[in-house]
Design a protein around this ligand. Structure first.
Ligand code: ASP
Length: 323
């Protein structure tokens, strides 16, 4: 759908605000506008980095910080709740230049979990830290923290109560729109380097301690010298099918285009396996692909032409000229 390539020195940034989107029938114009505006703010933050000649890694980090700060998306402020009524967030960042990677899982405290993941990547000898150990490390590194009240939103709390009530009646409808969400960004910078970042509260009513695909490299987050991927959807399936790495492997070993590889993974591999969701992908040529197999995926991308393109459903992307 968006597979055109760009000149060598061009850059591209794609973002998502999660799949399993609110059904069109229950969406209000105000909400819809808020989602588009949130996506645009994220694209503008990442684009500013890339337009300056900055690194893809810094652009995806900046873009995800914006989305984490938006309470309408399920990451950072506005994260969903576990079945025990707690928020447990996962985040990851990966640099395609050298496969440097950092992730956190099962944390609540850092204002921006993606910055916690970045600190793990840059200042520890490890790739992933979880729970209390991750929090202690982040505190020691001076990562900014917030009180639990900062992360609270009425809408996510209600979604948990609805989910628990349905479960109690044995009537869990597995409604994607109530449960899902994640944010992510992928970019190719002017130097041709790639990076990916993903951040999530996970799935509403998840078991305490459950970790999804977002912080698992090769599943919900991946970046190498071929492509960068950030996924959103039924995390267990993205993990079992190594969704992100499957796309990279197809580019490397079969010569498939980014568009073909990412569509095959989302439509032909994940969907039949109960893996509802989608992903955003860019490759080293600057091609972009944004496939999803559910009602919608908050998504957008921008190139050096500064046209911010965003969409929610299976619909043409709206175009805005950036500031
Ligand atoms: N993939 C996320 C997870 O499983 C949730 C989502 O993107 O909807 O944690």
């Amino acid at each position: 759908m968006t597979g055109s390539t760009s000149p060598d020195n061009d850059f591209v940034l794609a973002v998502h605000g999660g799949a399993g989107t609110i059904l069109r029938s229950t969406m209000t114009p105000e909400r819809e506008a808020a989602y588009h505006a949130g996506l645009r703010r994220s694209l503008e933050a990442g684009r500013a980095v890339l337009a300056d000649g900055g690194a893809a890694l810094d652009a995806v980090t900046a873009a995800v910080v914006e989305l984490e700060n938006e309470p309408v998306f399920n990451a950072g402020r506005g994260a969903v709740y576990t079945s025990a009524g707690k928020q447990e967030m996962d985040a990851a960042v990966m640099d395609g230049r050298n496969r440097a990677a950092g992730a956190v899982a099962g944390i609540c405290g850092p204002r921006n979990p993606v910055l916690a993941a970045r600190v793990v990547m840059e200042r520890s000898n490890h790739v992933m830290l979880i729970g209390e150990g991750a929090l202690a490390f982040c505190r020691a590194q001076g990562v900014a923290f917030e009180e639990p009240s900062y992360f609270f939103t009425e809408a996510r709390w209600k979604a948990l109560q609805d989910t628990l009530a349905l479960r109690e009646r044995g009537a869990d409808d597995h409604d994607d729109s109530r449960k899902h969400g994640t944010v992510g960004a992928v970019a190719r910078d002017r130097h041709g380097n790639l990076a990916a970042a993903t951040s999530t509260g996970g799935m509403t009513g998840k078991a305490p301690g459950r970790v999804g695909d977002s912080p698992i490299f090769g599943a919900g987050t991946w970046a190498d010298d071929a492509c960068a991927i950030s996924g959103t959807g039924h995390g267990e399936i993205f993990i079992r099918y190594a969704a992100g790495h499957e796309i990279a492997a197809r580019l490397r070993h079969t010569g498939q285009s980014l568009e073909d590889a990412s569509r095959i993974v989302v439509m032909d591999i994940l969907a039949p396996a109960d893996g509802s969701g989608g992903l955003i992908a860019v490759d080293k040529t600057g091609a972009v692909s944004l496939p999803f197999n559910c009602a919608g995926m908050y998504r957008g991308y921008v190139r050096a032409d500064n046209v911010l393109r965003t969409a929610i459903y299976d619909e043409p992307l709206r175009e805005f000229i950036g500031a």
